[in-house]
Design a protein around this ligand. Structure first.
Ligand code: DSN
Length: 413
């Protein structure tokens, strides 16, 4: 291996990370394990060239094959998500969302999104991000009692604020979005409706979460979560979007380049193309269904172990646990679980009395462990390990060994 010769230090650390991934359970719901085909495209010579512009309209020479690759990627995304136009150049999810603002809004315009501590995303108008600083952001959240989106309340907020752009999407919402209700709300105030499906893109492709495409104007996604590709971002314009604004596709493209980015990372775009091909297979549909089956099994087992789940369960790939009844903070639970070999992340729960750096919950999910082939039987075991770790009824070191043993049976792709 050449890397070992050139840079032994980095090579060793990569080897250690491979070993860590092999022997532990990756349960952060926004993460996954890519295929070796995706990684081969990512590590290819396509990282070598500038390709500012779009296929056939570039500012650099020598891009015959780059053009073909980017076109294939765009066509695959269009077909898979059934949209009118796609841009596959955003470096990731936040830049993709930034481009949507740049295309549609002026600084100071009113925008609306789900608040971060109640499950939304930084770029949906949270106060510390550009989206909360440069725009007049109004935020909706979840109901205090049920932790579900209260659509009547969303409607009231929208009618009062009359936002130019409304975001639907979340990073910690374990339930299905009612796109139709959001469409009705957005249409009633003549707002653009953008859905950020970063977390659930793979579930939509697999048919286990309804698609927003017939209902919204714009869809953004990352490519590395349930979609199981490399880190990256895609912006899509729907037919409904083009009906609202026939220039929408051009506005989005101009916002990405030259508005916000320079040369696209074409090695990444090639790897996204590979991931989209994989996601078009019948095997991927099965995978998506299994993610949800696993998550539901894990949720019901955790409930049996006395865990308090936000919304009492899940419809998708993630679970949010309110740990207050267990007398442990999210941070401590995350640390202890990591020692045992289960990687989750501390997370705020809706109306969290504790600060975001030391919140009351943890977020966990099944995309990566499902990629390894784990099923309901393993979920039951994992739930009991989580319970043993949190209740401190068995040493983490002992559980670590048991997890290592299980992991041997489920190799990384
Ligand atoms: N950082 C991502 C997550 O973990 O959900 C969202 O972009």
């Amino acid at each position: 291996m050449k890397l070992k010769k050139v840079d032994e230090q980095i090579a060793k650390l990569i080897d250690k990370e491979i070993e860590r991934q092999k022997t532990s359970l990756e349960m952060i719901p926004s993460e996954n394990h890519t295929s070796s085909a995706v990684r081969e495209a990512l590590g290819s010579v396509l990282t070598d060239k500038y390709a500012e512009g779009y296929p056939k309209k570039r500012y650099y020479a020598g891009l015959e094959y780059y053009d073909k690759i980017e076109d294939i990627c765009r066509q695959r995304a269009k077909k898979l998500f059934k949209v009118a136009h796609v841009n596959v150049q955003p470096y990731s999810g936040s830049p993709a969302n930034q481009a949507v603002y740049f295309a549609l809004c002026k600084p100071g315009d009113t925008i609306m999104g789900m608040s971060l501590p109640q499950g939304g995303h930084l770029t949906h108008g949270w106060k510390v991000s550009f989206s909360g600083k440069y725009f007049k952001s109004v935020q909706y959240g979840v109901d205090k009692k049920t932790s579900l989106i209260n659509y009547d309340k969303v409607e009231k907020i929208a009618k009062k604020a009359k936002p130019k752009l409304i975001w639907v999407g979340a990073t910690a919402y374990p339930r299905i979005f009612d796109w139709k209700k959001f469409t009705k709300i957005a249409d009633s105030v003549n707002a653009y409706l953008a859905s950020d499906i970063a977390h659930i893109a793979g579930l939509i492709v697999a048919g286990v979460h309804p698609s927003p495409v017939p209902h919204v104007h714009i869809v953004t996604t990352t490519t590395h979560k349930t979609l199981r590709g490399p880190r990256g971002g895609i912006i899509m314009v729907t037919r409904k979007g083009l009906k609202k604004d026939s220039e929408l596709a051009q506005k989005i493209d101009k916002a990405v380049f030259p508005g916000l980015q320079g040369g696209p990372h074409e090695n990444n775009i090639a790897a996204i193309a590979v991931c989209l091909k994989e996601a078009s297979s019948s095997g991927f549909k099965k995978y998506g269904r299994q993610i949800v089956k696993n998550c539901k099994t894990l949720a019901s087992e955790l409930l049996k172990h006395g865990f308090d789940l936000v919304t009492k369960g899940t419809d998708n790939h993630l679970i949010l646990i309110d740990l207050r009844n267990k007398g442990i903070s999210g941070k401590e639970a995350q640390n202890r679980l990591e020692k045992a070999g289960i990687t989750v992340n501390k997370n705020t729960i809706p109306y969290d009395p504790n600060p975001p750096f030391n919140p009351s919950g943890i977020r966990l999910g099944t995309p990566a462990i499902t990629t390894r082939g784990m099923k309901e039987k393993e979920m039951r075991k994992i739930a009991s390990w989580v319970s043993e770790v949190i209740s401190n009824s068995k040493p983490c070191s002992e559980i670590r060994q048991e997890i290592k043993k299980l992991c041997q049976k489920f190799p990384l792709p």
